[in-house]
Design a protein around this ligand. Structure first.
Ligand code: ACO
Length: 432
């Protein structure tokens, strides 16, 4: 098979090699296009652009496949835990029992925040969004670990094992603290006997003299939510982390930038938007039928539906839907939750409607995750923080892929300029 492609530009032919990934996906390697032809490729939103070679996550959006390091997401959700999967993402292989114990203990032992970091949190306004606190907190955290390298790659890579575990632990602490400060509650430390998610729930919801003990199905659901969000190849926030990392920036600051990118409603903020949408539908006395019509006419957007990559059912949404039914049974002891009923109806109608079928719009991971988080007791503004906590595992592994690559170059896309042509400055008194 010819493994090159030919492009004709202004009557000249250029040959470009084809690159093939392990799952057979192909790319035209245009790295020399500009040097040879003077042209660049134009790909608004990067929908057809591969920005890197990566060993971490494989997605086939047409077939609804998601694998971390080769392992199907369905198997990981059923048999693994968030921490084990984080290890897999970060180190490339599943850990043996000893490796997992060491990793879990490292995460547990790093939970505390320096007193001055705690003071730092008192500087935020009472209404500060927890994503602001998480992003700022991660960036500030790096200033306490300067001896492990401040933008000095060699030192950062030597300290990587410690810093990776530390970040997984301290993002959980920062997330819990952001929530408790808004409630006016003191910080609670994790306990040795509890799992990562049991501890997170304890750190969030335990009251003075009233310890929160998570139901095992609730802790499992939260663990699966983190695991399902742990990585998703070159999405907006991960590309941001890699972009920042490509300049030589440290792990803390690269992740802080990723948190900002994740905050937007078209990305990590969609799980909040789904709940707002479902509540608005309920308040208007609609069962979802009217909303579907509004979405089709362009008046509204069906939040939690559609995906840039999945043109089939998002495999994470299937797992989340089952998990949602189970958690609601445990927490509300009721089969019918009004928001879940509306969500089920929206899904049912959309999956049989030509508008959504033609555009290949299916539920994404956020369609049901918000209902679970709401039932557990998370306020809306914590939803995206939960997403960030899970995605931290993937961001760490993606940062490492760039940091450990001796041939990595600074990311620097080009543009097609469409502004004014050169013109002369006009003095103020001559402007009309
Ligand atoms: N509701 C109604 N129509 C939609 C929706 C939706 N949720 N999503 C896309 N469409 C329509 C668009 O209006 C467009 O219609 P047109 O061809 O008539 O103009 C067509 O489907 C294609 O949509 P695009 O916006 O081009 O799709 P794109 O791949 O750029 O966007 C995105 C993907 C941003 C996820 C979009 O589907 C969306 O906004 N969904 C709702 C927000 C959401 O759930 N985001 C979470 C994504 S998953 C995640 O980040 C974890």
């Amino acid at each position: 098979m010819d493994n090159s492609t030919t492009v004709r530009i202004a009557n000249r032919k250029y040959h470009f090699p084809l690159i093939e990934g392990t799952e057979g996906e192909q790319a035209v390697d245009v790295r020399h296009l500009r040097a040879e032809s003077g042209c660049i490729t134009f790909d608004d939103g990067y929908g057809n652009t591969g920005s890197c070679l990566s060993d971490i996550t494989f997605i086939d959006g047409e077939k609804g496949i998601l694998r971390y390091r080769g392992y199907p997401i369905e198997q990981l959700a059923e048999h693994s835990t968030f921490l084990e999967t984080a290890y897999l993402l970060i180190y490339g292989e599943l850990p043996d029992q000893g490796q997992l114990n060491t990793f879990s203990e490292a995460v547990l032992s790093e939970a505390a925040l320096h007193d001055r970091m705690q003071d730092f949190y008192h500087g935020f306004s009472q209404d500060a969004h927890p994503m602001v606190m998480l992003s700022a907190g991660l960036n500030a955290l790096g200033s306490y670990y300067i001896k492990y390298g401040r933008n000095k790659r060699e030192k950062e890579l030597e300290a990587f094992d410690r810093i990776a575990a530390l970040i997984l632990s301290k993002t959980r602490t920062i997330a819990a603290m952001a929530h408790r400060m808004r409630q006016g509650l003191p910080f609670v430390y994790p306990k040795k006997k509890l799992s990562y998610c049991e501890n997170f729930l304890h750190m969030l919801f335990s009251q003075p003299y009233d310890e929160y003990i998570a139901h095992e199905d609730v802790a499992k659901a939260l663990d699966v939510i983190l695991l399902l969000h742990a990585d998703h190849e070159q999405n907006c926030s991960t590309s941001t982390v890699r972009m920042v990392a490509s300049s030589g920036c440290n792990l803390f600051s690269s992740l802080s930038a990723g948190v900002c990118a994740l905050w937007g409603p078209l990305h990590g903020g969609a799980n909040m938007a789904v709940i707002r949408m479902l509540e608005a539908i309920r308040e208007q006395g609609d069962n979802g039928d009217r909303f579907i019509e509004a979405a089709k006419s362009g008046e509204a957007k069906l939040m939690g539906f559609g995906h840039r990559i999945y043109k089939n059912y998002d495999p994470r949404a299937k797992i989340m839907k089952e998990m949602c039914e189970r958690v609601l049974r445990v927490l509300t002891h009721a089969e019918n939750d009004p928001l879940l009923d509306i969500a089920r109806n929206l899904e049912e109608k959309a999956l049989h409607d030509d508008y959504f079928i033609e555009r290949k719009l299916y539920p994404n991971v956020d369609f049901y995750s918000g209902i679970i988080l709401k039932a557990i007791g998370f306020p809306l503004n914590m939803f995206t923080v939960i997403f960030a906590l899970g995605r931290t595992a993937g961001w760490i592994s993606q940062w490492h892929e760039i940091a450990a690559d001796p041939e990595s170059r600074i990311h620097r896309p080009r543009q097609i300029y469409t502004g004014a042509k050169q013109r002369d400055y006009i003095p103020m008194d001559e402007r009309v």
